[in-house]
Design a protein around this ligand. Sequence first.
Ligand SMILES: NC(=O)C1=CN([C@@H]2O[C@H](COP(=O)(O)OP(=O)(O)OC[C@H]3O[C@@H](n4cnc5c(N)ncnc54)[C@H](OP(=O)(O)O)[C@@H]3O)[C@@H](O)[C@H]2O)C=CC1
Ligand SMILES: Cc1cn([C@H]2C[C@H](O)[C@@H](COP(=O)(O)OP(=O)(O)O[C@H]3O[C@@H](C)C(=O)[C@@H](O)[C@H]3O)O2)c(=O)[nH]c1=O
Ligand SMILES: [Mg+2]
Length: 294
Amino acid sequence: MTSGLRILVTGTNGQLGQELAGLAKHYADIEWHFLDRSTLDLSETTRIAPTIAAIAPQVIVNAAAYTAVDKAESEGEIADAINHIAVREIANTAKALDACLIQVSTDYVFDGTHHRPYLPSDTPSPESVYGATKLAGEKAFIGSGAKGIVLRTSWVYSALGKNFVGTMLRLGREKDALGVVADQVGSPTWAKDLARAIIRISLSEKLQNTKGEIYHYSNTGVCSWFDLATCIMDESGLDCSVNPIASEAYPTPAKRPHYSVLNCQSTLDDFSVETPHWLHSLRLALPEFATEKP
Ligand SMILES: NC(=O)C1=CN([C@@H]2O[C@H](COP(=O)(O)OP(=O)(O)OC[C@H]3O[C@@H](n4cnc5c(N)ncnc54)[C@H](OP(=O)(O)O)[C@@H]3O)[C@@H](O)[C@H]2O)C=CC1
Ligand SMILES: Cc1cn([C@H]2C[C@H](O)[C@@H](COP(=O)(O)OP(=O)(O)O[C@H]3O[C@@H](C)C(=O)[C@@H](O)[C@H]3O)O2)c(=O)[nH]c1=O
Ligand SMILES: [Mg+2]
């Protein structure tokens, strides 16, 4: 059902939003509507329904979020407004329009006490404000009765945005040595792979028959932030030694899960998405960082 499909994307200036916009050019038969903060400020709750209704999309990809994990600890109200209240409003609008919502969420809804990849059905128990507000958004969507899915992902990076990979490239140029936490394990995800998966899901018939189901999508393979940092330096030929440290040695306002690997099997089964290995994708992504502005 590609032809004539109308897709609305929020958060266009974010990592995922920009990767979606880049790929959109290859799908000219889709009618794309990309909104950013200037065209739809999600903190203005009453603007959400009329703005979306005027476009009347069949699919809404909510790629907008308050993603500053540490800052959220002291800005809980703003984080909740974007990650929860706005999602409730978007979901209610989707329900009224009979549109499908793809609500992007996070591995940080889990507390990280598992020793095997988290299933979509596992009970979330966020330990950060960011994770709690994202979970509240998931629940508001599921409670709305709107069609669509919650798509949890993890450790997203892109040359087009702020993320751990970009931070490591900068620090790797500036410093001789760096301590990076080795006791937080997850799966890095290239935003371009995630964007491809989301387009595939948007075009699938299966999406039309979902109602707030939870799915997981990340690149395959697992690593710690320390492993990821080490690979970034190696692959980029940066002369910066990366030392493994414990979370306690890198105090942050927000608590992050020690283990947040996502089991993505149901997404593979139901939507036939591709999940390349994280190192494979990192190698493809790094040259793009070189061509982007610092
Ligand atoms: N980054 C990550 O590591 C992960 C992200 N996720 C989830 O994936 C999704 C995409 O994340 P990602 O692309 O990395 O996030 P980014 O932080 O790169 O982008 C988020 C976008 O949301 C926009 N936004 C924030 N507040 C508002 C507002 N009041 N009104 C309108 N737009 C707003 C921002 O706008 P502006 O550019 O103007 O600030 C920004 O463009 C989010 O749902 C996030 O929670 C899940 C797991 C990991
Ligand atoms: C810069 C730096 C970070 N760290 C640690 C801090 C933290 O525990 C870990 C990752 O740091 P960051 O702040 O870059 O990553 P963080 O903001 O926690 O990334 C998260 O963002 C949100 C939006 C998500 O949804 C998550 O999936 C996840 O990607 O690395 C070091 O150990 N050394 C360093 O030099
Ligand atoms: Mg961060």
